[in-house]
Design a protein around this ligand. Structure first.
Ligand code: T1G
Length: 654
């Protein structure tokens, strides 16, 4: 069967009078200029050749089309632009059937929507994730999707950017069929019939959605948008599909897309997209094979340890979780099973999934049960002596090729490694609580951590569905060190004239999940206080220091759990407390500071700059490999708004 080359990435073969076109632009078949030109050439060939009755379009590899080529966004559009390609598909005189062999995302789904029929492999995923890049679909998605699904489901799907399974896409009316056997054979079969009743998506009328459903969908999307522009624009465009002609809708969609494409939020979210891919590239690991991982040992079944256990069970690992006694182990098992039961009740897992997880969980009140583990994570109280004693004991229990990982937030993994006979097998895996929810994991490379041990830690993080960021050894690693600088600057702002409420309000308006003082109260003030007391002897007297937080702790104001901290808490609600206002005023008088007023913008600039300054130090010390890694830590572990890009991005530090 001779192949016809339409472009470097697009070729075709002919079967039973059907032109079968394959898009092959690794790794995800992004709709680059050569892909777009190839599709146009294939359409011309189809409609210019009387022996051809129809066309089937499919992708090579695991993607149909992974979207428009994001790398083109920073540059002027190059013909043929995707909207023109999509319109040409829809206008074709002969039928075009989309055979979705894998992900069809963004422009990839927009190409499929313009086809006259759509069939997908059962494993395919379909979505319009543009809002995650600060955009709206720019090639007809906001106008064609609602013509298949109705306005309300289209608002939910486009506004959230979530991908749907082939099964759900069939239910929503996006697909005509889910393949049961050979996808291409079934698609060719469909194409024979498709010519009899050419259904052009853009010509369909929008199925009715009730106003209540539309508003409910819009409310749910906007509830999660928190400062992002694109979701609201997506909702407006989808609603327009139900009110205006296709041409009007497409024109408004294109105008909106081009406007958003150059926005600060879109630039920031593109930065985050590529940052996540860059963070996986770790120096010194090329060709290094991770060790086999099947059984994960966990020491400690408190909040963190049980969260790690659930995360590992969710990922399919066998888990051996131990406590100091049989009684404590039983309590730990109950805590883990209760978390699994919650996931069962919420529908996140089904009964078979629950049973499988429980069957892979072993708990014991004796550390010797850890002997079979391939990797052991300690999640015990963050006290050096406790962890050092444990590491020494584990040395004599686990196999020589087993990896020992510490979940410590602040202690020095190199010191802990020195407690073992083989420090090369020690790595830091800093989970963020709740460990089965939070995506971020700091993977701490100790001075003697072996490359394959580091590679295994990274692989474990990915298998757990985490975003691993490699960092060096320093107190607080990347996240907590930057958060400590953020805290210090926030307290200096108090001395200079701002109030906790003004600072929290400014940072929440900026897009932080919570303002700093609310976070400190939630986390509790005593741990930071203990650390400041530990550091007091070695603190540089010339360095600015605020005593206000110490005064709060000396007064027993340890935060929300104590009922008062930076705020007073009445029925769980935070209120400004005159006693704290007086403490701040006293601290200003002692330093002879005349308080000044700060605007929200000044507060935000000063605090984000403090984070970026600490980030510069982390880069200079070699603790962080790249500035974008630091942004990812703040976004995924500390509630920094992704649509701002991160403190390093905002400071223009590449
Ligand atoms: N454009 C350019 N490069 C892309 C890309 C894209 N759309 N998607 C992925 N890559 C690169 C990525 O940077 C990495 O490069 C490699 O491919 C593997 O990616 C007009 C405007 C498809 C689910 O948002 O969700 O269409 O690091 O590690 O885990 O309306 O990539 O190897 O050099 O993620 O197998 C909409 C984005 C675009 C989908 C595959 N589409 N991509 O996941 O691989 S906007 C998206 C993904 C748009 C239209 C609008 C995932 C994936 P490198 P990877 P993966």
């Amino acid at each position: 069967m001779t192949a016809i080359t339409f472009s470097p990435d697009v070729s075709g073969t002919i079967t039973d009078g059907v032109l079968v076109v394959t898009l092959d632009n690794p790794p995800v078949n992004a709709a680059s200029q050569t892909v777009r030109a190839g599709i146009m050439a294939a359409l011309a060939h189809l409609n210019g050749n009387s022996t051809l009755k129809a066309m089937v379009m499919t992708g090579a590899g695991k993607s149909f089309v992974g979207g428009a080529d994001i790398r083109e966004f920073g540059k002027p559009p190059v013909d043929p632009i995707l909207p023109d390609v999509v319109s040409a598909i829809e206008a074709s005189a002969k039928p075009v059937v989309a055979a979705l062999n894998g992900v069809a995302l963004g422009g990839g789904l927009e190409i499929a929507l313009a086809c006259h029929q759509r069939i997908a492999a059962a494993s395919a995923k379909l979505g319009l994730p543009e809002v995650k890049l600060g955009l709206v679909p720019g090639a007809g998605g906001t106008q064609r999707l609602p013509r298949l699904t109705g306005v309300a489901p289209a608002i939910e799907m486009i506004g959230s950017g979530r991908a749907v399974s082939a099964k759900e896409a069939l239910t929503l009316g996006i697909l005509d069929r889910v393949a049961t056997g050979d996808l291409l054979a079934e698609a060719i079969d469909m194409s024979h019939a498709a010519g009899k009743s050419m259904r052009r998506t853009g010509m369909l009328s929008v199925p009715p959605s009730s106003d209540a459903d539309i508003e409910a969908a819009a409310k749910k999307v906007l509830g999660k948008a928190r400062g992002q522009t694109a979701p609201g624009q997506a909702i407006r465009l989808v609603k327009l599909a139900g009110e205006a002609t296709l041409d009007t809708g497409l024109a408004e969609e294109r105008r909106t897309f081009l406007e958003l494409k150059d926005s600060e939020q879109a630039r920031a979210l593109r930065h985050v997209f590529f940052a996540e891919r860059a963070s996986a590239k770790v120096d010194g690991l090329d060709g290094v094979q991770p060790r086999k991982l099947e059984t994960i040992g966990i020491v400690g079944m408190g909040l963190m340890g049980s969260g790690i256990a659930v995360s590992a069970l969710d990922a399919g690992f066998r888990v051996i979780a131990v406590e100091q006694s049989a009684e404590a182990a039983e309590k730990g098992r109950t805590r883990i099973e209760d978390m699994l039961r919650k996931n069962l009740a919420s529908g996140r897992i089904d009964q078979a999934g629950f049973d499988a997880r429980v069957s892979r969980l072993k708990t014991a009140g004796d550390k010797t049960a850890l002997q079979p583990a391939d990797l052991v994570i300690e999640a015990v109280f963050d006290d050096y002596d406790v962890k050092a004693t444990l590491f020494g004991a584990l040395d004599g229990i686990v196999r020589d090729d087993a990896i020992l990982a510490t979940n410590t937030s602040y202690l020095d993994p190199d010191r802990l490694a020195a407690e073992t006979k083989n420090p090369a097998r020690v790595v830091g895996l800093h989970f963020f609580s709740p460990a089965n929810i939070m995506r971020l994991m700091e993977v701490v490379k100790g001075a003697k951590t072996a490359p394959d041990v580091l590679a295994t830690g990274l692989q474990l993080a990915k298998r757990l569905g985490k975003l691993p960021i490699v960092c060096g050894v320093t107190e607080g690693f990347i996240g907590n060190r930057i958060f400590s600088a953020y805290r210090k600057e926030a307290e200096f702002l108090l001395e200079d004239g701002a109030s906790p409420a003004e600072i929290d309000s400014a940072m929440e308006k900026f897009g932080m999940a919570m303002g700093p003082f609310a976070v400190f109260d939630l986390a509790g003030l005593e741990i930071a206080w203990a650390r400041r007391k530990r550091q007091a002897a070695t603190r540089d007297p010339a360095e600015r220091y605020s005593v206000i937080a110490d005064r709060l702790c000396e007064a027993g104001r340890f935060g929300q759990k104590a009922g008062r901290g930076w705020y007073a808490y009445v029925d769980g609600k935070r209120q400004e407390d005159p006693a704290v206002t007086d403490m701040i005023a006293a601290a200003r008088r002692e330093k002879g500071i005349v308080p000044k007023d700060f605007t929200s913008g000044e507060i935000t600039r000063r605090l984000v700059s403090a984070m970026a300054d600490e980030g510069r130090k982390l880069l200079a010390e070699g603790i962080a490999a790249r500035a974008s890694d630091i942004d990812l830590v703040l976004i995924n572990g500390y509630g920094f708004p992704a649509h701002r890009g991160g403190p390093m991005f905002m400071a223009g530090i590449e």
